[in-house]
Design a protein around this ligand. Structure first.
Ligand code: PEP
Length: 249
């Protein structure tokens, strides 16, 4: 049985006081599913969030990190810095990082290597833009993103990798991939993994869907056999909505 995961990406939202308030609301929620729950506050609030949730089952994760160990990279955060504030999991390759901060597959391959070398678990994001979906090129794009950033890895590395398929046209737009579109792509991703690493590995990797998941559509999306959870943006900023999604399993 693959691990079900619901991870909230808070992006550049919530200052310290707001982070405390949202975490307090999250702690008051009741979890009725077996999904692993994660939240990704901004860097400046990770330590506080980690302290507040130390004895809770909600894991505090990071939204990004640099590939270098340390040095002259003004404004960046290293893997060891994340670990020093309690972080064990990092999101890499989010489409906003790719689009606004120029993160390429080559850069992401280096980030993945650094994260794994530091025993961080990686939630690796990828997905096609609308033009690729419209032209029917979406599978090629996704296959390329996965191969370029991950297929240099040994099979054993995948126990610390979670995949997150996020069609860019569905992120923050209110437009969701249909459950069938999500399932088709997740099955394709699993087949791509199986072709390279074999069925056992492909069947062991959790593949999350991200893109306007809300309380009213989560259950149908999560009911698909190859969808193992969600990476949630907007709806993760409201404790009731987020836990409605967590409990949609
Ligand atoms: C995301 O940014 O990863 C995301 C899925 O956002 P939203 O849920 O707001 O579409």
């Amino acid at each position: 049985m693959r691990q079900q995961i619901v991870a909230g990406n808070w992006k550049m939202n919530n200052d310290l006081a707001q982070t405390e308030t949202l975490i307090t609301s999250l702690k008051n929620q009741t979890k009725t599913s077996n999904a692993e729950v994660m939240i990704a506050p901004t860097f400046t609030n990770l330590w506080q969030a980690y302290q507040t949730l130390k004895d809770d089952t909600i894991e505090v994760i990071a939204q990004n990190m640099h590939f270098a160990e340390n040095g002259a990279y003004t404004g960046e955060i290293s893997a060891s810095m994340l670990k020093s504030v309690g972080v064990k999991t990092v999101i890499l390759g989010h489409s906003e990082r790719r689009e606004y901060f120029g993160e390429t597959d080559t850069i992401l391959a280096k980030k993945v290597d650094t994260a794994l070398a530091h025993h961080l678990r990686v939630i690796f994001c990828f997905g096609e833009v609308l033009a690729d979906r419209k032209s029917g090129n979406h599978e090629n794009i996704v296959e390329g993103q996965i191969k370029n950033a991950l297929f240099h890895l040994e099979a054993s590395a995948f126990k610390n990798i979670v995949l997150a398929y996020e069609p860019v046209w569905a992120i923050g737009t209110g437009e969701t991939a249909t459950p069938e579109q999500a399932q088709d792509m997740h099955a394709f991703i699993r087949k791509t993994l199986a072709n390279k690493y074999g069925n056992d590995l492909a069947n062991s990797v959790s593949i999350l869907y991200g893109g306007s998941v809300k309380p009213n559509n989560a259950q149908e999306i999560f009911s698909k056999p190859d969808v193992d959870g969600g990476l949630i943006g907007g709806a993760a900023l409201n404790a009731n909505d987020f836990f409605a999604i967590v409990n949609a399993f």
